[in-house]
Write a protein that binds this ligand. Structure first.
Ligand SMILES: [Zn+2]
Ligand SMILES: [Zn+2]
Length: 102
């Protein structure tokens, strides 16, 4: 499993991975891809809350490591139940290189 080496929170949330790769996640995009059970139906796996449901001015109040495998975020809309595994975050990377692999 690829692990992050560094995080930074600004206008976007950035992860620098241990292989040197950098992922930049726009906050609204990240919030709109929350993997928790109220954002994704657990049975059908269908996404219930999408980026379009999220306010443009969504902010991240805080973030923390969960165990040794994931991050969780506290959003300005009060949502905090999403646990974003490192694997999931790496797959979410929107850079050209990663997008061309999918
Ligand atoms: Zn969620
Ligand atoms: Zn990437």
């Amino acid at each position: 499993m690829m692990k992050p080496r560094n995080f930074s929170l600004g206008k976007a949330f950035e992860i620098e991975w241990e292989d040197g790769h950098r992922s930049v996640f726009p906050l609204r995009f990240l919030r709109g891809n929350c993997p928790c059970a109220s954002c994704v139906n657990e049975i059908t796996r269908k996404r219930v809350v999408t980026e379009n449901d999220i306010a443009d001015n969504i902010a991240m109040e805080d973030f923390q490591k969960t165990g040794n495998y994931a991050l969780s975020f506290l959003w300005s809309d009060g949502h905090f139940s999403g646990i974003y595994s490192f694997d999931y975050l790496r797959k979410l990377c929107q850079c050209e290189e990663c997008r061309s692999k999918h």
